[in-house]
Design a protein around this ligand. Structure first.
Ligand SMILES: O=C(O)c1ccccc1NCC(=O)[C@H](O)[C@H](O)COP(=O)(O)O
Length: 230
């Protein structure tokens, strides 16, 4: 068995900026790779640079463009250069704006929501049937400039209230030590990580990526958990 084969859960590695990190994420079995287009982020990347990196992944993992309340000009440039498979909208985009973006670009949209309490999950109601997938992240800590990539988690048991038909990725503060519990508690169909596989803000760490994928495999593949060599 290829120990780096895809897991039965989607894994998105977000905020990639180097060839080495993209290549390793793909080899480890990432289903999605994310590029951040947000100037204040330490993971911010120019669309042309992301486009070059994306060619290492095209056809092997879904290429995700992460934007925050981007206007049409910004989206035009990102879509033209990167040719993403998915647009992740990580700001306060309305359901109407999501509809417009889908119509203009003809791409699936993953709409991010920040979660702290049960009522936060109800905010997706207006987007069900419009967004193709959701991403549930933690609320940013007070004072943070970033709507995502803050390395903080939320109460995963809140996900028990979610309609089982809603497709989503679980995000926020995941790392090798807590991802097994996060999957066990939520049964999330996908997980997303950024700072938990970094050695410093914006700097992906290959060793941490390897440890993270190994932890996901232990949590999702009974044979790996049992130490099988098959
Ligand atoms: O990661 C960023 O810097 C970022 C900036 C602006 C908007 C979104 C951003 N990240 C989006 C993601 O999908 C992250 O992977 C997600 O927030 C989880 O981050 P982390 O808690 O560090 O694993």
């Amino acid at each position: 068995m290829n120990s780096n084969a895809r897991t039965n859960i989607d894994i998105k590695i977000c905020g990639l900026k180097t060839r080495e990190a993209v290549q390793r994420a793909i080899d480890l079995g990432a289903s999605h790779i994310g590029f951040i287009f947000f100037e204040k982020s330490p993971r911010n990347i120019e669309p042309a640079d992301a486009a070059e990196l994306a060619e290492l992944a095209r056809g092997r993992a879904k290429i995700v463009a992460v934007t925050v309340n981007a206007d049409n000009d910004e989206l035009d440039e990102i879509v033209a250069l990167l040719r993403p498979d998915i647009l992740q909208l990580h700001g306060g985009e309305s359901a109407e704006r999501v509809l417009t973006i889908k119509a203009v670009y003809g791409l699936p949209v993953m709409k991010a929501f920040s979660v702290r309490e049960a009522a936060d999950l109800e905010k997706i109601d207006a987007y069900v049937g419009i967004a193709d997938r959701f991403l549930f992240d933690a609320k940013p800590p007070v004072g943070s400039d970033l709507p995502g990539g803050n390395g903080v988690s939320f109460d995963w048991t809140l996900m028990h209230a979610l309609d089982g038909n809603v497709d989503y990725m679980l995000s926020g503060g995941l790392n090798k030590d807590n991802v097994g519990e996060a999957i066990a508690v939520t049964r999330a169909p996908g997980i997303d990580i950024s700072s938990g596989v970094e050695s410093a803000p914006g700097v992906k760490d290959i060793g941490r990526m390897e440890e993270f994928f190994a932890a996901v495999r232990r949590a999702t593949d009974p044979a790996v958990a049992a130490g099988s060599r098959m």
